[in-house]
Design a protein. Structure first.
Length: 442
């Protein structure tokens, strides 16, 4: 009896966008409850606990350092244990860390609580959600990652609400509420983080395994050949891996420095009230939201390296405006320039690596990349905090970061696409060559 092959794919919606929504929600939680709102806590900790801004920034640096050091191990776990499990464990650890942070009274306890919080943030954060989204898209990868990153911007819009909570309820109660929100909202979002699309009979960007694609002239859709993708070892041997890490690290140096010290600069340095200063963070994230909506489709159509170079130069200009521009108008100009550049550039970093090295080993490659670019994320807050403690303001520190951003744009200029792995070329040649004909004696 001959089995009839189905003529139409099963009626099931494309699941890749669910993963984007889940990733956006998880990043919203992290942004609103920790990363974007950290500057609010810097102000109250410095006043109430008499800690220096440099010492507090050291705690933030610990979170960054932990995320970078765990990157290779986390990438390995994501590929073998699964994204969903890693994220769920991370959410529990993150909530425990925030709860502990709400009770600290000494710097030693503060650093220990930050380490626990950082472990949870790493497991449920950027690397995990990006690793989940990347395999589901190829042609629309930049758009998908940009939409996922909207969660970061929406989280920043909630910073004034966090600031109001700190003012009205106190920072300890606000952190406990944040821990509760992580436990309540995080797991439903983690459920949306699915495995590779082939496990569901689907393909990147939509379509079904083994069925013709009407938009591609009736070509039968099949999974992408993993032999064309770089392994971690192969990626480490390319110049592009290290140059992308250098450029990304410079971008995160200024991003992390601004995230931690923008509110203290506007509050203590420029004399704006705490909630007004927090409003500047919201303005930055609103501009980043616009940038993400622009940058995703743009990155799917235009050379991503050129976009990265241009946005680094915009970052540099924005920092100079923040450092030396007069009045609130300069703050607004900085927020718009810096936010749009951040929104356009940020999601392209993961998309560019996936374009260069493929999706098969993206988790381990991105995890190893974090060892490189986390150096900038680690140095930024500590450098700016130390400069402010030594000089009394942030102007010189912001100006130095502007110069570094301009110089680092050259890293993207020279980060050209790497050649295909020799392994994939050998496979392609073996497929192209016909097998030898049997000899007449056999």
């Amino acid at each position: 009896m001959t089995l009839m092959r189905p003529t139409a794919p099963p009626r099931r919606r494309f699941l890749g966008w669910d993963t984007v929504v889940g990733g956006a929600g998880l990043q919203l939680l992290q942004s609103a409850l920790f990363f974007s709102s950290f500057g609010v806590y810097v102000v109250v900790w410095a006043e109430e606990l008499a800690w220096s801004r440099g010492a507090i920034a050291g705690g933030y640096a610990l979170v960054t350092l932990l995320g970078g050091l765990l990157g290779p191990l986390q990438g390995w776990l994501l590929e073998r244990v699964g994204v969903r499990r890693v994220i769920l464990v991370g959410l529990v650890v993150q909530a425990a860390g925030l709860t502990w942070l709400s009770s600290v009274t000494s710097l030693g306890a503060f650093y220990a609580a930050m380490l626990v919080t950082g472990l949870g943030l790493a497991a449920s954060g950027f690397l995990s959600v990006t690793t989940a989204v990347v395999p589901w898209f190829v042609r629309r990868r930049s758009t998908a990652l940009s939409l996922m990153a909207i969660g970061l911007s929406l989280g920043g819009l909630l910073v004034p609400l966090v600031a109001a909570g700190v003012v009205e309820l106190g920072w300890r109660t606000t952190l406990r509420v944040a821990a509760l929100l992580v436990l309540l909202a995080g797991p439903p979002l983690a459920v949306l983080m699915r495995r590779d699309p082939s496990d569901y009979g689907q393909l990147p960007d939509g379509g079904y395994l083994g069925f013709p694609d009407r938009q591609r002239g009736g070509v039968e859709l099949r999974p992408r050949d993993p032999a064309a993708d770089h392994t971690l070892r192969e990626a480490l041997r390319t110049r592009a891996f290290w140059l992308l890490g250098l450029g990304h690290g410079a971008a995160l140096l200024l991003m992390s420095g601004v995230s931690v010290h923008l509110v203290p600069h506007l509050n203590a340095g420029a004399g704006y009230p705490l909630q007004v200063a927090a409003g500047a963070v919201a303005l930055v994230t609103m501009a980043a939201l616009v940038g993400q909506l622009i940058g995703g489709p743009l990155g799917d159509r235009v050379d991503k390296r050129a976009i990265a170079i241009g946005t680094m130069l915009v970052h540099a200009s924005a920092l100079l405006v923040l450092a030396w521009g007069p009045g609130w108008g300069a703050v607004v100009a900085f927020a718009l320039l810096h936010g749009v550049a951040w929104g356009v550039r940020g999601p392209l970093m993961g998309s560019l690596r996936a374009d260069y090295f493929g999706a098969s080993h993206f988790g381990s490659i991105m995890g190893a990349s974090m060892m490189v670019f986390m150096v900038g994320q680690l140095v930024g807050p500590v450098f700016l905090g130390g400069m402010a403690d030594a000089l009394g303001d942030y102007r010189t520190g912001f100006s130095i970061l502007a110069g570094l951003a301009a110089i680092a744009s050259l890293a993207f200029w020279f980060a050209t696409p790497p050649p295909r792995p020799r392994r994939s070329e050998a496979v392609a040649q073996a497929v192209a060559e016909p097998p030898p004909s049997p000899s007449s004696s056999e």
